[in-house]
Design a protein around this ligand. Structure first.
Ligand SMILES: [Fe+2]
Ligand SMILES: [Fe+2]
Length: 151
C-alpha cells in the first residue's frame, strides 16, 4: 500500500502545482483593478471562468477514483478528515458559483462592487490554498504511517 500512496502523493503534488499556478494567476488579475478598467473586468471574468472549469476537474479527479477513496481504503480511521475535505469541495464550488452572478452584475464603473468581488476572490483563493495544504498533509501522513507499518 505504501507504493500506491507514494504514487498518489506524486500525482497530487503535480496536480496541486498546476492548481497553484492558476491560483497565482487569478490572484494577480484580481489584486486591484487598474484605472479605466472595462477591459480588465472582461479579463477577470474570463480568468474566473477558466479557473472554475479547472477546479471542477480537479475536484472530480480527486473524488472519482482519485486519492480520497484510496486514502480511505488505506486508512479507514481518517474518514472524518476525508469527509471534511469532500465537504470543502462542495463549499468551495458554492463560493465559486456565487461569484459568477456578482461578477456578471458589475459594470465597469461600479468600483464598490468590483472591489467587493476582488476581496471575495482573494478569500476564495485563500480557502483553496488551505484546503490543498490539508490534502498534501493527509497524503504525506498516510504515506509515512504506511512506511512505519512496513518496518
Ligand atoms: Fe481537494
Ligand atoms: Fe486538491
Amino acid at each position: 500500500m505504501a507504493g500506491d500512496i507514494l504514487e498518489i502523493g506524486k500525482w497530487l503534488r503535480q496536480e496541486h502545482k498546476e492548481v497553484s499556478r492558476l491560483v497565482a494567476g487569478l490572484r494577480k488579475v484580481a489584486a486591484e483593478p487598474p484605472k479605466g478598467y472595462a477591459k480588465w473586468l472582461e479579463e477577470l471574468r474570463e480568468a474566473f471562468k477558466e479557473f472554475h472549469a479547472r477546479m471542477l476537474r480537479h475536484f472530480e479527479l480527486e473524488e472519482d477514483g482519485g486519492y480520497l477513496s484510496q486514502v480511505l481504503e488505506a486508512r479507514p480511521t481518517l474518514s472524518d478528515r476525508i469527509g471534511l475535505l469532500e465537504s470543502e469541495h462542495r463549499q468551495i464550488q458554492m463560493l465559486i458559483e456565487n461569484l459568477h452572478p456578482a461578477l456578471a452584475a458589475c459594470r465597469s464603473d461600479d468600483r464598490l462592487l468590483v472591489h467587493d468581488c476582488c476581496i471575495r476572490i482573494q478569500v476564495l483563493l485563500n480557502c483553496i490554498r488551505d484546503h490543498e495544504a490539508k490534502e498534501n498533509e493527509l497524503v504525506s501522513q498516510t504515506h509515512s504511517t504506511d512506511l512505519g507499518a512496513a518496518d
